[in-house]
Design a protein around this ligand. Structure first.
Ligand SMILES: [Zn+2]
Length: 279
């Protein structure tokens, strides 16, 4: 009898609104987009986070480390576009045309790819995600809000002069596509600012002779890219700030300095594991 009561109690608890889809009714604001992941209460599922940050700030690195730490997929929309282009998927032809014409991939297509990715992940039993490179614009943030729930938005920041130097130091291995950075940053702290150093991310010897810089990683182009980034991202930051979801994180240096502090800011000190030892 006690067992039966317990079963009934847990069955009731499982249906109680406090434990289930508290925001289900608001799930689909835009009916043209499916609510792919559903709106499971945050406590029942894994994290659904967004990483914002200038090109070159290293958000891919931190997003990828956090995703393996937390066991959630790291979804970079740039990868989704590339994967679709290389597939025989329904959008690949359309995408190829857009990319070949040098046009920007529309919000609708990006959202479609993202929805598809989340749906497939859900079918595989994935829970949660860390988004990288999306949303880029206020409109994308608004659309995303209609597709799934975002718990937290981490805005990675870095001093502009350092960011510029980092961008100019980027190198790609022309053979394996690996990303590296030859910038060696050592800035003495002044006016109360602490020292800031960031070690270069040097390639293994078999890549060293094959490094190339992106042709658009020149100072004027990088500066213009940063200006455009700020112009577009300001409203995105405001959007999430108003929702109380924006966490501003100023990188204090390279990965060894930043990673433990980032974990601390995210209340993940307990998760600090072999990754920081490997940093
Ligand atoms: Zn290589």
């Amino acid at each position: 009898m006690a067992v039966l009561n317990r079963l009934i109690r847990s069955a009731v608890a499982a249906r109680s609104p406090a434990l289930t889809f508290s925001s289900l009714s608001s799930s689909i604001k835009d009916p043209s987009f499916p609510a792919t992941t559903g709106r499971t209460a945050a406590a029942e599922r894994n994290v659904q986070w967004v990483f914002l940050g200038c090109p070159g700030v290293g958000k891919g690195t931190y997003a990828s480390r956090l995703s393996s730490l937390l066991g959630v997929p790291h979804i970079a929309t740039g990868d989704l576009v590339r994967e679709e282009l290389n597939s025989s998927g329904p959008l690949s032809k359309q995408l190829a045309e857009i990319v070949n014409q040098g046009k920007l991939v529309s919000d609708e297509i990006i959202i479609k790819l993202l929805s598809k990715r989340l749906e497939e992940g859900g079918a595989r039993g994935e829970s949660g995600f860390i988004l990288d490179g999306f949303p880029r614009t206020l409109r994308q943030a608004e659309i995303l809000d209609g597709v799934t729930e975002i718990d937290l938005v981490i805005n990675l920041k870095l001093r502009e002069d350092v960011l510029l130097e980092k961008c100019l130091g980027r190198r790609i291995c022309s053979q394996c596509g690996g990303n590296f950075n030859i910038a060696n940053i050592n800035i003495k702290g002044e006016n109360g600012r602490p020292d800031l150093s960031m070690a270069p991310l040097l390639p293994p010897s078999h890549c060293a002779s094959k490094l190339i810089a992106r042709s658009d990683d020149t100072e004027p182009v990088v500066k213009e890219r940063l200006r455009i980034y700020h112009e577009l991202s300001q409203p995105v930051e405001d959007f999430y700030r108003k929702q109380g979801k924006l966490l501003e994180f100023e990188l204090p240096g390279g990965i060894p300095e930043s990673w433990p502090k980032l974990l601390h800011a995210l209340n993940l000190d307990d998760h600090d594991d072999k990754q920081s030892a490997a940093a």
